[in-house]
Design a protein around this ligand. Structure first.
Ligand SMILES: *Cc1c(COP(=O)(O)O)cnc(C)c1O
Ligand code: SF4
Length: 446
């Protein structure tokens, strides 16, 4: 693996001698220009092109040169995380697009097939577009989601891309160019207006895409107003991001990196908690020196880094990977927060892990680390009624059941309610589960 020592980890607050690096990104159109792909057969490259025409593809040079082990493709987890694989489309979907491409179909008829396939991939899991969209004076507000009482999600319009794309992204539909699929705010005035009217909101979660693709001055324009007395009820600002993995230069050597860290410090100084909700899938993302320097610099601002990410076949579906990831996070001062279940959208059939197997991986990983690293919530599904955690397999009165817990609920009274489902080794999502003990519905099914 080619891993340069970009910067030594220093103990003081300034990072010496880090030259700004150019951000170069490849999309589906430039896929064939990636030098490392020359080692693949023509057929393999064609397969990738087919998949990249349906699902989003975007990868930058840092990921290519520093994170992927090209001696180990296609199995390499970071390669699977960012590069299209044939199996990510079901055979009939793959064939429909591939045959058009082989026949040299014109762009219009190719696009038509691509759009049909996309529409088949459940682009809006858990009713993302219809539900949870808040209103001001009877009008819907673009770019906000308010599902759980205390937390509002904010999608700034200039943060709706990422430094690279994950092949399993549940928000993939936002990235493939269809404007109807996008949820993005055009300006922050509406966020402020909404928050003024909702004193019950304690947390604002800035998300995307990746809001840290934004220039610091734009992010500042959204966040600084929230530090005034008027928004005293907003106690925590979270930023959801995978930049610590995909572009740690954002915190170290980008032109406005220092300004970003200054903004983090300001938020803390205003008495609010700033949590960087870092998306991690594999301990390898934590290895490069510059990634560690980025973590060190973020922590030096007083912000906290919490780690979350889905459990995925082909990437991290074994206990040792999670145990090592959690342990490394703890050593770097990151708090493990969530293990998610991959949602029912996009390439789910490729990445899915049955719920019971997911829980076994979680349990086995937990058993390999000390209590300090056991802070991640167990496999959790972000489903329509709320976030449901798999607590384990139990036997009650001779019936084998799956114990579950609602950790976030559309109805606040549901939070922390335990409930039970029939044991089912195939189920990969909540809607595959049946209530245990012969009940005809779960408590949240009205
Ligand atoms: C997970 C999630 C939150 C935050 O929930 P916490 O349990 O506070 O981390 C907020 N809104 C939505 C839609 C979520 O999925
Ligand atoms: S970083 Fe997050 S939003 Fe961006 S592609 Fe990956 S999973 Fe999707």
């Amino acid at each position: 693996m080619t891993r340069q020592n970009i910067v030594a980890i220093s103990r003081d607050d300034t990072t010496p001698n880090v030259e700004p690096q150019r951000f170069k990104v490849y999309t589906a159109r430039q896929l064939q220009q990636i030098p490392q792909l020359a080692q693949l057969s023509e057929e393999q490259r064609f397969d990738m092109q087919v998949v990249a025409s349906v699902l989003p593809f975007r990868v930058n040079e840092y990921v290519i040169n520093e994170l992927i082990d090209w001696q180990n493709i296609p199995a390499d987890p970071i390669f699977q995380l960012t590069f299209p694989q044939r199996g990510m489309l079901k055979p009939e979907h793959f064939e429909r697009v591939a045959s058009k491409m082989r026949d040299g179909a014109d762009q219009a008829s190719l696009n038509q097939v691509i759009n049909e396939v996309r529409a088949d991939l459940n682009p809006h899991p858990a009713g993302q577009l219809e539900h949870n969209i808040p209103q001001i004076d009877g009008e819907t507000v673009q770019g906000l989601q308010h599902k759980y009482r205390e937390t509002v999600l904010f999608f700034p319009s200039s943060g709706q891309v990422c430094h690279s794309y994950c092949t399993f992204c549940f928000r993939w539909a936002q990235f493939v160019g269809d404007k109807d699929l996008k949820i993005a705010a055009r300006e922050s005035g509406q966020l402020q207006e909404y928050l003024r009217a909702h004193p019950e909101v304690t947390d604002v979660l800035v998300t995307g895409g990746d809001p840290l693709v934004m220039k610091t001055k734009n992010l500042r324009a959204h966040l600084e107003p929230l530090l005034t007395e008027e928004f005293a009820h907003v106690r925590t600002i979270r930023i959801g991001s995978k930049a610590l993995t995909f572009w740690p230069q954002r915190f170290v050597s980008d032109e406005d990196a220092d300004d970003l860290l200054a903004l983090f410090s300001e938020i803390q100084a205003a008495g609010k908690h700033l949590a960087l909700m870092a998306h991690y899938n594999h301990w390898r993302e934590l290895e490069p020196a510059i990634a560690r320097e980025a973590i060190r610099r973020v922590r030096a601002t007083g912000a906290q880094i919490r780690a979350q990410g889905p459990l995925l076949a082909h990437i991290n579906d074994d206990a040792a990977t999670w145990a090592r990831m959690w342990q490394t996070q703890v050593e770097l001062g990151i708090i493990p927060y969530y293990m998610f279940v991959e949602r029912d959208t996009g390439a789910q059939h490729y990445f899915e892990v049955p719920l019971i197997k997911a829980w076994e991986i979680y349990r086995d990983a937990m058993q390999q680390v000390s209590g300090i690293a056991r802070t991640a919530r167990g496999p959790s599904m972000s489903s329509h009624p709320g976030k449901v955690e798999i607590q384990g397999v139990a036997e009650i009165n001779g019936e084998k059941v799956l114990a579950l817990r609602m950790i976030q609920g559309r109805n606040p009274d549901w939070v922390q309610r335990p409930f039970f489902a029939e044991y089912n080794e195939q189920a990969t999502w909540l809607n595959h589960l049946k209530p245990a003990f012969g009940a005809d519905k779960f408590f949240f099914d009205a």
